[in-house]
Design a protein around this ligand. Structure first.
Ligand code: GLV
Ligand code: MN
Length: 195
């Protein structure tokens, strides 16, 4: 859902600052075949972390050939039991295909209705723009999915990090009131994220 470009392509000149809606274009005389290819999604991500998952991004910052084209992808690896925690993409609808494993994919609407399904390899899902969603590996093996977005920079608001690991942190009084728990519970959650 990014705006349409007004030229064939605009390979991002990453030596310049990311500015309004992207990078300036690399001069056409400097463009090579390599600018249209990216191998950053070929490697398995390291899932040894709190969530047991890893998102490798192929957005405009990682792959400047996507600049202004309104499209990007991720690779998401999951250890058994791993979760890609509830998050939303403010600037894009997401679609994905499961390559390996058994993956629970869930989304929650603005009206707080929860939809979900356990996918097998080859099956796809769609997450409407901005809605909170997650994936969880519910199989015994690793899981792997590739996702695609209709923005060159979809952005991700990862709910637990957003609320409990922001810098500076959200005041405890806001979180205790919002979640109707004591400060001890908030402190415990914050401590898990090194906050
Ligand atoms: C999965 O939800 C992803 O954002 O790649
Ligand atoms: Mn997502």
């Amino acid at each position: 859902s990014d705006p349409d470009p007004l030229q064939d392509f605009c390979i991002g000149d990453t030596k310049s600052e990311f500015s309004v809606n992207g990078f300036p274009c690399k001069p056409a005389t400097k463009v090579t075949s390599d600018d249209f290819f990216f191998d950053g999604l070929s490697q398995e991500g390291n899932t040894s972390n709190l969530f047991g998952s890893n998102v490798t991004q192929a957005n405009v910052v990682a792959f400047p050939g996507l600049n202004t084209l309104g499209i990007s992808m991720n690779r998401v690896d999951f250890a058994p039991g791993g979760i890609n925690p509830p998050h939303s993409h403010p600037r894009a609808t997401e679609t994905g295909v499961l390559i390996n494993g058994k993956l629970l994919v869930g989304l929650i609407t603005t009206g707080n209705v929860f939809y979900s399904k356990i996918l097998s390899p080859g099956q796809m899902f769609v997450i409407p723009k901005g809605l909170v969603h997650f994936q969880m590996n519910v199989g015994e093996e690793k899981a792997l999915t590739f996702t695609a977005f209709n923005s060159h920079l979809p952005g991700a608001v990862v709910v637990p990090r957003n609320l409990f690991a922001s810098k500076p942190s959200v005041p405890d009084g806001v979180l205790t009131k919002a979640f109707q728990v004591d400060k001890r519970v908030i402190d415990e959650i914050k401590s898990k994220f090194g906050a």
